[in-house]
Design a protein around this ligand. Structure first.
Ligand code: DHB
Length: 504
């Protein structure tokens, strides 16, 4: 391990202590203070000479192993005033040779891979190398990215369960997104010092991590986060990212109870019982108004409403998913599958079926009603909206009033926090011009952790905005599935215009 060297060029700024005289790169395009008037502490200056050289064997999706030598940099914190550096730290992995051939990652895209799950805290502080192994033992996206010659940044982030000695929750909303933005700012601030193209940051995340990834993409450089970032001492740079990958994003939380009942309201729970159908129908009906407010339309469907939404989801995402699955099977495997699933009509090239039959095929729903803002505050999301010493709070009027009576009002800070956590706010209510323009959205058709409309609405809205959107639902796959990881790695090269060139 090489020693961590101190920064060479230093200047003392009166009143601010030691600050690095660093070039003003990645200037803020929004926000109140201009980056030019700010200096950053030396701790935010990335030291390219501080790394451990490691070797890892990475199996690609064809099963071929590649030996990658890489430089592994540990950054103690990506903010100057960390609340808890165990979570507010990041690791950078830079490929040096792949199968013995030198690679130059100077202009490579940067995969920013968060590992958030369940809106829980995530830490990379103890990691001694890149997270090359994914959940379930296969190769992770990080590993595949490194083997493709990309730079990989793995940030930690605070999460909802963190509580200090005084009983104060310090990882509830909006902590995790503020942390991920601070990590992006750190990377962009260190343009020219961190290897890789800081203008080609591609975010990835699954489930709650997928929600945060899509939020990171949607809310780039939004001034709403500025006070939080300033308090942490985030680097003076942009937090806009180039492209966004989101697998089964658990997002649009304040509308997710309604969306869930619209989608899965008539599906039984695992034991066979239906959820409270009065609650389910009230929420499902209310979803109609919310969905209409999105003013979505799609070619061939016109204006979307909850009357044609099932047909839209079927024909846009779900039937094509079944078609892709069936087309890839051998004739005999396909015949077996179709015999076991007679609700599917296969005309030789495409699968069709009804929405009702699809719902029956999916079977048990995972969550009770309401699924996210539970009346008894027991869900992860109620904890996400906790504050101070209060572990969990209601964040929808429906659940709040059901629990506490018709005159109850949401806590004053809740609406603004919902905006800080919801990508749809940044795509619908306030269309953010600094959002990502390239999107990779994935969802399993048997995933009942949230409504199928959540990813569908995100995709439809981004498409309507003219962004480059690659959305696909994996047939019969459950929560957290990633069935085309190699395609994602290729997609990064395509959208970022990157071609790996051998080092001269
Ligand atoms: C996750 C799953 C959920 O069902 C949820 O409500 C929130 C997060 C997750 O897997 O990250």
């Amino acid at each position: 391990m090489k020693s961590v060297k101190s920064v060479k060029r230093r200047t003392v700024v009166k009143g601010l202590g030691v600050a690095a005289a660093v070039p003003a790169t990645g200037l803020l395009t929004t926000g109140t203070a201009t980056a030019a008037t700010r200096t950053a502490p030396a701790s935010l200056v990335f030291d390219p000479t501080a790394y451990t050289e490691l070797t890892v064997s990475i199996k690609d999706t064809e099963g071929t192993s590649h030996e990658v030598v890489y430089h592994f940099h540990k950054v103690a914190s990506y903010v100057a005033n960390p609340v808890d550096a165990t979570y507010q730290s990041l690791n950078v992995s830079v490929p040096v040779t792949i199968d013995g051939a030198a690679v130059d990652a100077t202009h490579a895209p940067i995969l920013l891979a968060n590992s958030v799950g369940g809106y829980m805290p995530s830490s990379v502080a103890a990691a001694t190398g890149i997270g090359a192994t994914g959940m379930g033992g296969g190769t992770s996206r990080q590993g595949l990215a490194l083997a493709a010659g990309y730079v990989v940044v793995e940030p930690g982030a605070r999460g909802r369960t963190l509580v200090d000695a005084a009983g104060t929750y310090y990882g509830t909303a909006p902590a995790a997104i503020v942390d991920l933005k601070a990590a992006v700012r750190y990377v962009k601030f260190n343009k020219g010092r961190i290897p890789g193209n800081v203008h080609r940051i591609v975010s990835s995340g699954v489930s709650a991590g997928g929600a945060l990834s899509s939020l990171l993409g949607a809310s780039g450089d939004s001034p709403l986060y500025e006070p939080y970032l300033r308090e942490l001492g985030a680097a003076p740079a942009s937090d806009a990212i180039f492209a966004t990958g989101a697998w089964c994003p658990i997002t649009d939380l304040e509308h997710a109870d309604m969306a869930y009942e619209w989608c899965w309201g008539s599906n039984p729970l695992a034991g066979g019982a239906l959820v409270d159908q009065t609650v389910s129908k009230e929420l499902s009906t209310a979803y109609g108004d919310y969905f209409a407010s999105l003013k979505l339309s799609a070619p061939g469907f016109g204006r979307l409403s909850t009357r044609n939404l099932d047909d839209y989801l079927l024909r846009t995402f779900i039937q094509p998913s079944a078609t892709k699955y069936l087309a890839a099977l051998s004739d005999s495997a396909r015949a077996t599958y179709l015999a076991a699933n007679p609700f599917i009509t296969w005309d030789g090239t495409a699968a069709t079926f009804t929405w009702a039959d699809f719902l029956t095929h999916v079977g048990a729903r995972k969550k009770n009603a309401p699924s996210f803002d539970a009346f008894d505050l027991s869900t992860p999301e109620c904890n996400l909206y906790g504050t101070g010493t209060t572990k969990a709070r209601h964040f929808t009027l429906y659940s709040l009033r059901h629990a506490n009576g018709d005159s109850a009002r949401l806590d004053e800070d809740i609406p603004a926090k919902l905006h800080l956590m919801n990508p749809m706010y940044h795509l619908v209510d306030k269309v953010n011009g600094s959002r990502s323009r390239h999107w990779w959205i994935r969802l399993g058709t048997k995933d009942t952790d949230t409504s199928h409309t959540v990813a569908g609405n995100l995709s439809a809205r981004l498409t309507a905005l003219g962004d480059d959107v690659n959305t696909s639902y994996y047939w019969d796959a459950g929560h957290g599935a990633d069935q085309d990881p190699a395609d994602f790695i290729k997609w990064i090269a395509t959208v970022s215009g990157y071609k790996r060139t051998p080092k001269k």
